[in-house]
Design a binder for this molecule. Sequence first.
Ligand code: SAH
Length: 365
Amino acid sequence: MDVASVLRMNGGTGDASYANNSLLQQKVLSRTKPIRDEAIRSFYKEKLPKSLAIADLGCSSGPNTLFMTCELIETVEMLCRELSHESLEYIIFLNDLPGNDFNNIFKTLDCFKQKLSSHVLGGGIGQCYITGLPASFYGRILPDNSLHFVHSSYGLHWISQVPKGVENNKGNICMGRTSPYNVHKAYYNQFQRDFSLFLKCRARELVEGGRMVLTLQGRRSNAPSSNVCCYAWELLAQALNGMVLEGIIKEDQIDSFNIPMYHPSPSELELEIEKEGSFTLNHLEVFEVSLKAACGEDKLDINNSDGYKVAQLVRAVAEPLLVSHFGEAIIDEVFHRYQHVLADRMSKEKPILLNFAISLTKTTT
Ligand code: SAH
């Protein structure tokens, strides 16, 4: 699987789009606002820049895409007023892989800018330039010393490729709690390579003192069994395995399918940051969100079962990966079964996702 060309969230604004199924990710973004606010306020006070270059890495397409940008600008502009400083100019880089639905974002930009200048701050803010940046963040995306603030929410648990040598990950489609040791090790090694490359690239792109706030899913300890975030993938594997038993999917097809995702422990994250050496870790916050956060409050929806909403959330995220491996024909059936598996399990337990938000400062050049 060539992850950089296959991985993307469902585009557009249809029923299974990311734009319509990203409430959970929005809850996570709201939860981490204080960490971003602290980081950008302290950067501003220290450097007093006249303009700010901000990158959102793994921005996807939908209401969440400009959410962080909007609140970050609001925070800076309020600070400028507090200090009787003039408004700043902003350049915003919206980054994602090339398959992302950038057109959908671009269509909303005029409206966003109007809202920003009139409603959010009552007029009078500086210029805001927004541009798309289609490329993998596991590589250089901007020139040296060109960024002041880097943000990424829910992008970094995606790794750059499914590691080699995981063919014996039978019954699982990710690094699950029951995966063999070699699978865990292969995924961990891939995470180490990717995350350290990510830090190296951002260290070049950020100015000295530049800030970075990253949020990703993770696991509580180094033990693979502490991974609560693979719950949704484990149940998706169950739905797929049911289709193998009925001969709808071939066994070798499912054996060769793995999700390029890794959930690090706090110490695994800290170790890579320390080894790479360009950043100071100011803050690491661990917080949970319930998978039910994906379900919202929409009681009028006739399909409003937890199973349906969570299945749609996962469909918005995983459909392109599944289609590229299994083909289009089985997808409706997969998610129909998945919805029932989820509804059954979620009536008995309250699954949660574990998240880490880290705030870093670029210290060395
Ligand atoms: N930040 C948004 C989207 C999260 S979904 C939100 O909080 O709602 C994760 C996004 O990261 C996806 O759009 C995916 O395509 C993107 N992504 C994953 N790996 C990436 C990579 N290597 N380079 C750039 N984007 C990546």
